[in-house]
Design a protein. Structure first.
Length: 426
């Protein structure tokens, strides 16, 4: 495997092999990461990467599109079936371009958008001042009313919507552990005459797996997503919408915002959507949530402070200052040393800077893909707490690394040839 790469570019080959070893011997708790299947990996490495295919199936600008049309049409139809959508655009290169394309399709410069505040769980593309979109559109924000429960202040949200008159109301998040009340979002949008949009990037797989509610069922005008994360596909984006918005959305993606789609990626999306349509994927999604609940409950039993005191989905947000007297950066660094990967993260009303915040974010999609279940979650929670209490004790961290590696090597990573990985060297 990788013989051509090894011979031609040994530096890149060595980096690849070392990354495979890192993934096999450690565990991935970053809530937005997952492992794709061997079939998805194969699709990504096909000759479809050679082909330009601007336009849409049956309406391309270049010739030679017989088979690109086949795979893109399959991806579209499978996405529509998976989420019960009237229309799907599978060309966005990622989640941020998908969101930006929707803005350009439905809004004029200066229009107002209402989205979740980043510090309360929102995403950069939902209007954070550092993004370019914040210079084009007027973003106003809503927050949680109670960070102990995660309840959103819908009364305040309605009052602000009546005052600011947003053209688009945006649900969705990147660090929010509870399920959203889609009916209330839709009702507020209707009352002020706004489009209603959901960014389901983090929970798309849990929705596809029928474990969480589907915003399409609540009449949302547009739903965007990434295709990786819980959906367990290649890194890319997806837009679902009502049929009356299809032409606007498609024109906004191409030629409005992107050039040619990445057809190898579209092919891999089609494969991942087919996988998510299988009954086994529903069991996977259910196990992701079961694992998250056990992990969160065990962490709290061990004295950790979790934002919203638990989770309804795959992710948790921990206040590490309250839990351990350490910043999120300190805990992230120590956990990296023992082979547990997650990310530092701001918590609600955080007074610390983003690169050294008061919390961490973690989730269970990737470790669930490897086959870990409830008993492993209890061990992981204990290791995390032990690590956080010994952030400067490198002897203890080295011992914990051995324990983490011993567990991880019992659970294969899909798509990585175990014969290539020599774990005894780690």
């Amino acid at each position: 495997m990788f013989d051509a790469l090894k011979n031609q570019d040994p530096e890149i080959y060595n980096a690849l092999i070392n990354e495979e070893k890192r993934q096999v011997t450690g565990m991935e708790l970053i809530a937005s990461e997952n492992y794709v299947s061997p079939a998805v990996l194969e699709a990504l490495g096909t000759v479809f990467t050679n082909k330009y295919s601007e336009g849409y199936p049956g309406k391309r600008y270049y010739g030679g599109q017989e088979y690109t049309d086949v795979v893109e049409t399959l991806a579209i139809e499978r996405a529509k079936q998976l989420f019960g959508a009237e229309h799907a655009n599978v060309q966005p290169h990622s989640g941020a371009p998908a969101n930006i394309a929707v803005y350009s399709a439905l809004l004029e410069p200066g229009d107002t958008v209402m989205g979740m505040d980043l510090s309360h769980g929102g995403h950069l593309t939902h209007g954070h001042p550092v993004t370019y979109m914040a210079h084009i559109y007027n973003f106003v924000r809503y927050k949680m009313k109670d960070i102990e429960t995660g309840e959103i202040d819908f009364d305040e949200m309605l009052a602000v919507a009546k005052r600011e008159k947003p053209k688009l109301i945006l649900a969705g998040f990147s660090a929010y552990p509870r399920e959203l009340d889609y009916a209330k979002f839709r009702a507020i949008a209707d009352e002020v005459g706004a489009y209603c949009m959901m960014d389901m990037a983090h929970i798309a797989g849990l929705i596809a797996g029928k474990q969480l509610k589907n915003p399409v069922d609540f009449g949302f005008d547009v739903v965007t997503s990434t295709t990786h994360k819980t959906l367990r596909g290649p890194r890319g984006g997806l837009i679902l919408c009502k049929k009356e918005l299809a032409q606007k959305i498609d024109k906004a993606v191409f030629p409005g915002f992107q050039g040619g789609p990445h057809m190898n990626n579209t092919t891999a999306k089609a494969v991942a959507f087919a996988e998510a349509l299988k009954p086994e994927f529903q069991e996977y999604a259910a196990q992701v949530i079961r694992n998250a609940k056990v992990l969160s409950e065990t962490l709290m039993e061990l004295g950790c402070k979790l934002i919203t005191n638990g989770t309804d989905n795959h992710m948790m947000l921990m206040d590490t200052i309250t839990s351990f007297g350490c910043s999120g950066q300190q805990v992230e660094t120590a956990l990296d040393e023992v082979g547990i990967t997650l990310n530092k993260n701001m918590i609600a009303n955080d007074t610390r800077p983003p690169m050294d915040p008061s919390g961490i974010r973690l989730g269970t999609p990737a470790i669930t893909t490897r086959g870990m279940k409830e008993e492993e979650m209890k061990k992981i929670a204990a290791w995390m707490v032990d690590t956080a209490h010994h952030v400067d004790d490198h002897d203890r961290l080295r011992q914990l690394k051995k324990e983490v590696t011993a567990l991880c090597t019992r659970f294969p990573v899909p798509g990585i040839d175990s014969n290539v990985i020599h774990t005894e060297n780690f």
